[in-house]
Design a protein around this ligand. Structure first.
Ligand SMILES: NC(=O)c1ccc[n+]([C@@H]2O[C@H](COP(=O)([O-])OP(=O)(O)OC[C@H]3O[C@@H](n4cnc5c(N)ncnc54)[C@H](O)[C@@H]3O)[C@@H](O)[C@H]2O)c1
Length: 382
């Protein structure tokens, strides 16, 4: 049997897709998860029965932020896959203390226990980080192809209010073109969520080298697919849209609809985590995990409607949210060179698998209006 793996937040979207791969690879798996109601709905909940019923998987309900829950969960563990986090970009902009506690402080506690020898068998920590650490990401000047790559600053309220959606060159104001962001490009978080993910990265990187153990940091793009929370109105554009499509509601698309995201199917993401657990050479590296393709949000809204076989009720609202970035597309060459992986699931296939799964799930309430109203009240959405 391979070493025991602790998966924090293992009952969440990525965890439920990863755990069968770890079990198949011969690992004993322990999950530590608080079962946050925003993600899992109100408990008990039939969808979580598998937690206690899968051979080789031990479920513990508890928090990474609790010293006693964590120290007992770390017993006999060789690898920690740290997925537990609060994940709503917009929500993080006003629940700052909570996001820092759940994401930063809990990771600090994890590293504290490892560095201070309370988990002597741990050899590696693998962190789920996020492309959000790059902020707007990487751009070039189309008029100056030889000029250096630019990470423009976050778009400010004034620019968003004026409908100036595209980031511009901070020095000349020139037009820019987005290019794939690589792991060596500058980090510049634009939201509190992103800042907590970057802080998690630093804690893991520095803590692991202090403890003399390895780490791998996977910067995930927009992950979608079977198992994603359909009840969380604060994150997961495809789950929010899927509920609205099933309810016959229109799909409001922010800005001019041309903002883009790199959508990667969860099976490609879980394959990357499983490979990182298995591959010693992934130690001490940051790796982008994405599809490498930028898809405009208006296109994903239309494609998802078609995948449901429903009319495309898409409305471009011209609204914006502070903390959102404009474009996103990962340079995924390191995923290939270090983990020997390339994304396998095309967007069409992924959407079709997602839609088939969604249709087997209870129809959740549509809470998008409620989530947006919280942002509008606080002046963070216009
Ligand atoms: N899904 C994406 O698109 C995406 C993109 C980039 C990064 N990530 C990162 O991947 C990780 C997993 O994301 P996900 O999509 O599976 O999210 P998710 O919300 O579905 O799962 C997170 C899990 O963590 C648990 N949790 C939260 N706080 C906890 C705590 N203090 N202790 C124990 N458990 C706790 C929740 O109950 C939930 O089961 C997160 O760190 C997230 O920041 C996700």
């Amino acid at each position: 049997m391979s070493g025991r793996v602790l998966v924090t937040g293992g009952a969440g979207f990525i965890g439920v897709n990863l755990i069968p791969l770890l079990v198949r690879a011969g690992h004993a798996v322990r999950i530590l998860d608080t079962l946050v109601p925003q993600v899992h709905g109100h408990l008990p909940h039939a969808g979580l029965c598998w937690l206690g019923a899968t051979a080789g998987v031990e479920f513990r309900r508890g928090s990474v932020g609790s010293s006693s829950d964590l120290s007992s969960a770390l017993e006999d563990v060789e690898t920690v896959v740290h997925l537990a986090a609060e994940t709503g970009t917009g929500q993080s902009m006003y629940e700052i203390n909570h996001y820092c506690h759940e994401n930063v402080q809990a990771t600090a506690l994890l590293m504290d226990q490892i560095v201070n020898g309370h988990a002597p068998r741990v050899k590696r920590v693998i962190l789920a980080s996020s492309r959000s650490v790059y902020g707007e990401g990487t751009y070039v000047r189309p008029d100056k192809p030889d000029a250096p790559r630019i990470t423009p600053p976050s778009r400010n309220l004034e620019a968003l209010q004026a409908g100036m959606w595209e980031p511009v060159c901070p020095t000349s104001g020139a037009e820019l073109t987005a290019i794939p962001t690589s792991e060596d490009d500058r980090t510049a978080p634009a939201s509190i969520y992103a800042a907590t993910k970057l802080m998690q990265e630093d804690l893991v990187r520095i803590g692991c080298s202090a403890a003399g153990i390895g780490y791998a940091i996977l910067r995930l793009q927009n992950v979608y697919g079977e198992g994603q929370s359909l009840s969380n109105p604060y994150t997961g554009i495809l789950s929010i849209f899927s509920t609205r499509i099933r309810r016959g509601l229109e799909l409001p698309v922010f800005e001019d609809g041309l903002e883009s995201r790199d959508f990667v199917h969860v099976s490609d993401v879980s394959a990357a985590f499983a490979a990182a657990v298995a591959a010693a050479k992934a130690a001490d590296t940051v790796i982008n995990v994405g599809s490498g393709v930028a898809t405009p949000v208006i296109c994903i809204a239309r494609a998802l409607s078609r995948a449901f076989g429903k009319p495309e009720k898409v409305r471009v609202t011209g609204q914006y949210r502070l903390g959102d970035i404009r474009h996103n597309m990962a340079d995924i060459s390191r995923l290939g060179t270090v983990l020997d992986l390339a994304p396998k699931v095309s967007l069409d296939e992924g959407l079709s698998r997602f839609v088939q799964w969604v249709q087997t799930q209870p129809l959740p309430e549509d809470r998008l209006g409620e989530a947006n109203a919280e942002l509008v009240t606080r002046g963070m959405m216009g």
